[in-house]
Design a protein around this ligand. Structure first.
Ligand code: GLU
Length: 457
């Protein structure tokens, strides 16, 4: 059977680095096994879901290099959820309950005071048809609970019922269904909670592996029971640890903190984001992989640690810089063209500047500095001005190459007696207008003799 995974965000905000971890665990898992990747929008909550967020998520995934084989939205599949709900109702596995949140809370407290586990006591199952009609006549609408299979004959006498699975990430897992309340699948207003639609989709779309955050481990126990209740064999499950901020707070889609879009706007390389999102909180060293193939080779879900991992955005800049330093012209050609950097000299230019960039987009500044006499951000003293004019007299004849800078500055040193910073800084400022930047040995041949002379005089 073809390995089929899915990434199932709700489009209620921008995806952040933690969501990216889930997406990439699925993507790399599928990639390693020649599988399929489904992007599923969990948008049953019409109030909070927005098309613009769904579009943003697709765009962020594409930027990271994730191209779904199929995209589905839950909002278009209600008939399937309704059919599954009817099937469960007919089998007596989905039952109406009428308690208000206050009533439930009161009962919970009573159970706790009697040292009973604070799970729902299935009181609604005892209601007669007449009692239900009376409640409905009062204007109450039921919510619907899934009857967990944690009893032999009598649902009021539960016993330890272990659901076990061999987690793709965490190894063997056990959840006791008797420790859980029957989950609500349908709210009183008729809307679905996430639990049932997710299972119905996983069945219909042939999902073979559900890989998600470890905040879903308990859900998995109930969902495995739900797969079986719907007559399907459950898929394999994997639960990875979650990421937190450096101070230990959870990440939220709604705050936009550490969103993929904000990292992209800051000029961080996608493979830097992908590498950190995947390798952090594993026994693997965090290093920048330059391609998905390379990252897939490093990816081993079983080496993921069980505790939450702290994510430090400062690490991203370092990884990103490192990737830019080794990026070939081929890798970056299209992106440079968008910045207006093209033509015969584009490759030599890229190789000259890449070691000095925080972001690829910064290449545009250096391109204009090479192309046109730059505004002087840094100013030369009168003495230095005389020195650079003098240095111009020592410029070698063309053709120029990577050696020219060394030859020239050796001649300037011999001719003027200047050396070190006193020699190089005025030349750098005169040629680029800045005190810092890429190696001048690489830039000089791009300027050419005539332009260099003009900048020195
Ligand atoms: N929409 C759910 C979430 O974002 C999906 C969980 C799952 O992968 O099953 O938590």
């Amino acid at each position: 059977m073809t390995v089929t995974v899915r990434f199932a965000p709700s489009p209620t905000g921008h995806i952040h680095i933690g969501n990216t971890r889930t997406a990439l665990f699925n993507w790399l898992y599928a990639k390693k096994l020649n599988g399929r990747f489904i992007l599923r929008f969990d948008d049953t909550d019409a109030e909070r879901s927005r098309q613009e967020y769904a579009d943003g998520i697709a765009r962020d995934l594409a930027w990271l290099g994730i191209e779904p084989d199929q995209t589905v939205a839950q909002s278009g599949r209600f008939e399937h959820y309704d059919a599954a709900a009817e099937k469960l109702k007919a089998a007596g596995l989905l039952y109406p309950s009428y308690e208000t949140p206050e009533e439930l809370e009161r009962r919970r407290k009573i159970r706790l005071s009697r040292r009973l586990p604070p799970v729902y006591g299935r009181e609604a199952l005892k209601l007669t048809d007449a009692e239900k009609s009376a409640l409905e006549a009062e204007g109450r609408r039921p919510h619907w609970r899934f009857l967990l299979p944690n009893f032999a004959d009598d649902p009021f006498v539960t016993s330890r019922t272990e659901v076990q699975w061999d987690d793709v990430v965490r190894g063997p897992q056990t959840v006791d269904l008797a420790s859980m309340s029957d989950p609500v699948l349908i709210r009183a207003d008729g809307t679905y909670l996430y639990t049932l639609p997710s299972v119905v989709d996983d069945i219909d779309l042939g999902v073979t592996h559900v890989i998600r955050g470890d905040d879903h481990v308990t859900n998995t126990g109930a969902q495995i029971a739900l797969f079986r209740a719907l007559g399907a064999e459950p898929p394999a499950f994997g639960h990875h640890n979650l990421l937190t901020t450096v101070s230990g707070e959870g990440l939220s889609k709604r705050t936009g903190a550490l969103s993929v879009a904000s990292l992209r706007d800051a000029g961080i390389e996608p493979m830097a984001v992908a590498s950190l999102a995947v390798l952090i909180g594993t026994s693997e060293n965090v290093a920048a992989a330059s391609s998905m193939e390379e990252l897939a080779a490093l990816f081993d879900p079983t080496s993921t640690s069980k505790s939450a991992a702290k994510f430090d955005p400062a690490e991203l800049s370092g990884l990103s810089r490192h990737l830019i330093q080794v990026m070939t012209f081929d890798d970056v050609q299209d992106r440079l063209a968008v910045l207006g950097i093209a033509g015969d000299e584009a490759e030599a230019f890229w190789l000259a500047v890449r070691g000095n960039l925080e972001a690829v987009a910064e290449a545009a500044d250096w391109w204009s500095i090479v192309r046109a006499k730059p505004a002087q951000d840094a100013v030369l003293s009168e003495e230095d001005r005389i020195f650079v004019r003098e240095a111009g007299k020592h410029l070698p004849q063309e053709p120029w190459d990577a050696e020219t800078w060394r030859v020239w500055t050796a001649a300037v040193k011999a001719g003027t007696g200047r050396k070190g910073r006193g020699l190089f800084m005025p030349l750098r400022i005169a040629l680029t207008g800045r005190e810092q930047g890429p190696e001048l040995a690489g830039l000089l041949p791009l300027l050419g003799r005539e332009e260099t002379l003009a900048r020195l005089s």
